[in-house]
Write a protein that binds this ligand. Structure first.
Ligand SMILES: [Zn+2]
Length: 289
C-alpha cells in the first residue's frame, strides 16, 4: 500500500497533529507598551526580554500539557543587532522544546514542510494604523505604511496565517492585545483560541493583566487549542489564488529596495506588488529573498 501523504493524513478530522510551531514576537507580550522594551540596547530591553521569555515559556508549558513532544519555538522579533531574532533569556527557557534563533520572522518553515504541524502565535501585534493596536505596525514601522492581500488589509497575523496555510497548517492560538485578537478572529474564525493579555488605549499605552494572570491565560489557551482534533481547529487560511500582495511604503525612496527584484513590480511612487499562486511563493519574493 502506498504511504499516506502528510496532506491526506492532515485532512483526517479525528486526527490530532503531532507537532507545533510557536512563532513569537515581542510587541504583543504581557505588559509591553514601548519600543524601548523591545529594542536591543535600550535601557528597558532587559525588562522586555524577561516578560517575553515568560510568555513564551507559558505557551511551551501549554503545549506540553496537551501532550505535544515536538515543539519548535522561533524567536521572531528583530530587536536590533546581535539581539535580532535572539531575545529570549536562554537560561530561563522552559525545557522540552527546540528553540530557533537568528532566523528572520516568518521564514522558518521546516516543521510545516514535514506536515502534521499547527501554528501558535505568541506576542503578536495588530497591523499598521490600528488606533488601539499597541506598537502596531506591519513588518517595518519605518518602511511599510500599509499592506493588502487581494485588496483586503493585512498585517503580520495574516501573513503568518497565510504562510502556515501555504503548507496546509492552521494557526490555532494567538496571544496579544485586544486589537490583535480582534484582527486574528476576523481572519481565522471563531475556532481560534485567543489570549488577550492587554487592551490598547493608545499605540503606546495599555490596560494590562499582571503577568501572573496572563501567563495562566496563555498556558491554558495553548493547551485548549492543541487538545482539539483537527476538525475542531480553525481551517488553514488560504487566500484565493492567484493572489496579489500590495505594499504601500512610507516614502518614495523606500522603493529602491525593490528595484530589479524578480516577481516584484513597482506600481506607484511608493507602491510595490507581487503576484503568486501560493502565499509562500509570493512571500519568498517579498521578504525572504
Ligand atoms: Zn516584533
Amino acid at each position: 500500500m502506498a504511504a499516506m501523504t502528510s496532506k491526506s493524513k492532515r485532512r483526517s478530522a479525528t486526527a490530532r497533529p503531532s507537532c507545533v510551531l510557536i512563532w513569537t514576537d515581542m510587541e504583543g507580550i504581557s505588559c509591553i507598551t514601548r519600543w524601548e522594551q523591545v529594542s536591543a540596547n535600550a535601557p528597558a530591553y532587559a525588562e522586555g526580554r524577561a516578560l517575553y521569555t515568560e510568555d513564551v515559556n507559558a505557551a511551551v508549558r501549554g503545549a506540553k500539557k496537551a501532550g505535544f513532544e515536538e515543539i519548535y519555538v522561533v524567536d521572531g522579533h528583530g530587536a536590533g543587532g546581535a539581539y535580532s531574532f535572539n531575545s529570549f533569556l536562554k537560561d530561563k527557557l522552559e525545557p522540552g522544546a527546540t528553540y530557533v534563533f537568528g532566523h528572520r520572522w516568518g521564514c522558518f518553515v521546516e516543521p510545516l514542510r514535514a506536515g502534521e504541524c499547527v501554528v501558535v502565535l505568541v506576542g503578536a501585534h495588530a497591523r499598521a494604523g490600528v488606533a488601539d493596536g499597541v506598537l502596531c505596525h506591519t513588518m517595518s514601522s519605518e518602511a511599510w505604511y500599509h499592506a493588502t492581500l487581494n485588496g483586503a488589509p493585512i498585517g503580520e497575523v495574516g501573513f503568518a496565517a497565510a504562510i502556515a496555510g501555504s503548507f496546509g497548517a492552521p494557526v490555532v492560538f494567538v496571544s496579544g492585545d485586544a486589537a490583535t485578537c480582534r484582527e486574528a478572529r476576523e481572519l481565522i474564525g471563531k475556532q481560534l483560541v485567543c489570549a488577550e493579555v492587554k487592551r490598547g488605549i493608545t499605540r503606546y499605552s495599555a490596560a494590562c493583566l499582571p503577568p501572573a494572570q496572563s501567563l495562566r491565560l496563555i498556558e491554558d489557551g495553548v493547551c485548549e487549542a492543541l487538545s482539539r482534533s483537527m476538525s475542531e481547529m480553525p481551517k488553514p487560511f488560504v487566500p484565493r489564488a492567484p493572489m496579489t500582495l500590495r505594499v504601500e511604503l512610507t516614502s518614495p525612496d523606500k522603493v529602491k529596495d525593490y528595484i530589479g527584484r524578480a516577481g516584484i513590480e513597482i506600481v506607484g511612487p511608493r507602491e510595490v506588488e507581487a503576484r503568486g499562486r501560493s502565499f509562500w511563493d509570493l512571500w519568498n519574493r517579498f521578504w525572504h529573498h
